[in-house]
Design a protein around this ligand. Structure first.
Ligand SMILES: NC(=O)c1ccc[n+]([C@@H]2O[C@H](COP(=O)([O-])OP(=O)(O)OC[C@H]3O[C@@H](n4cnc5c(N)ncnc54)[C@H](OP(=O)(O)O)[C@@H]3O)[C@@H](O)[C@H]2O)c1
Length: 332
């Protein structure tokens, strides 16, 4: 039987990776702090990676595949130090945030990276990912796969970003929905289960290399249109200018009082990475509509009008719509 160790396995993506590996018949061990459950069929080893002996309970056996999702370079370095000699293959989940430039469309895996954080540096997500990637490559050599996802979307997303749109269109029904200007804005997402399947594919194949795990490049307008169809929205779509949104303290991208996936104009490369390596290494991508349908089912079960980590509350949105008025907006 294939023995797989997931460093994590109780989070969103790592939980789905653990489940995909158990579904594939592997014996899966997850290592996490124990506040959340591992998927059915997986064994949970409770350990805190801040502690020096964190890997003691899993270091005395061989692993066919190890998967790590940590963004803490010290955790990643310590895990490599403790476990690399017994690991036949290691997959590290990094991010496209590792790239130095967000303004250059069409970057592949050879594009310039941020400088890695060094010991004592303040934590920085993208630079931490580069430091962690380096630790994995140094310790594992050609037994390492580095997977760099773009925006991960789909059911269970704890960030509430992508789900905002399909959920808001469904909630609004015949009522109006506020959207940002979409001219020149792109959208590139990848389904959480496509990333999970890719992670187990590269582990099963013992594939070595670095791959962006990103979907095809589409337009933000196209994504919103499919989200609207899936959400069954029949009301007006009201476009607010960037200036109006900024003046009204609406944030880009994510978080409270934001319009998710809306990006500043100086980041035209962030949602336009290349994915040929992913495809060549066996990655597959489900249609956007499928992802949106599964996301909407999940959004309905969590409550369309719940407090969200990202987006506008419906009442804030209606206030902005009323202030905006039909005269200064575009409706369709
Ligand atoms: N969301 C996106 O759009 C996006 C885009 C690009 C890349 N990514 C990357 O995708 C990955 C997402 O993975 P995920 O969803 O599984 O992340 P997650 O929800 O943050 O899970 C992290 C895992 O590590 C465990 N963990 C955290 N601190 C620990 C500690 N001190 N000791 C032991 N275990 C600890 C957590 O378990 P406990 O909390 O139970 O201990 C959990 O199982 C990350 O690498 C992220 O950087 C995400």
């Amino acid at each position: 039987m294939t023995d797989v160790l997931i460093l994590g396995g109780t989070g969103w993506l790592s939980g789905r990776v653990a489940r995909a590996w158990t579904d594939a018949g592997a014996a899966v061990t997850c290592l996490a702090r124990g506040g959340r459950a591992a998927p059915d069929g997986a064994r949970l080893v409770v350990a805190d990676r801040d502690e020096p002996d964190a890997y003691a309970a899993v270091a005395d056996q061989d692993w066919d595949a190890v998967v790590d999702v940590s963004s803490n370079p010290a955790h990643v370095q310590a895990a490599v130090g403790a476990l690399a000699p017994r690991a036949a293959h290691w997959t590290y989940v990094s991010s496209v945030s590792a790239y130095a430039r967000a303004d250059a469309p069409g970057q592949d895996e050879t594009a310039e990276l941020l400088p890695p954080t060094a010991q004592g540096d303040e934590s920085d997500y993208g630079r931490d990912k580069v430091a962690a990637e380096n630790a994995v490559r140094a310790g594992l050599g050609d037994r390492a796969a580095v997977v760099r996802p773009g925006l991960i979307v789909g059911p269970g997303d704890p960030t509430d970003r992508f789900g905002y749109w399909v959920s808001r269109f469904a909630l609004a029904g015949p009522g109006p929905v506020l959207v940002p200007e979409t001219d020149g804005h792109h959208a590139q997402v990848v389904d959480v289960d496509d990333v999970a399947e890719f992670v187990i594919r590269v582990g099963a194949d013992r594939w070595s290399g670095t791959a962006n795990a990103v979907g095809g490049v589409g337009t933000l307008a196209g994504l919103l249109e499919v989200a609207r169809e899936v959400g069954g929205h029949s009301g007006a779509v009201v476009t607010a200018s960037d200036g109006f949104l900024i003046d009204h303290d609406v944030a880009y991208w994510a978080g409270p009082r934001s319009l998710p996936l809306w990006l500043p104009a100086d980041m035209p490369g962030f949602m336009r990475h290349r994915n040929e390596v992913f495809r060549f290494a066996g990655g597959s991508l489900r249609p956007l509509r499928d992802t949106l349908e599964r996301t909407l089912a999940d959004e309905r079960s969590r409550g369309l009008d719940r407090m969200r980590r990202a987006g506008l509350t419906r009442s804030d949105e209606l206030e902005l719509l009323s202030e905006l008025g039909a005269s200064s907006s575009t409706q369709r």
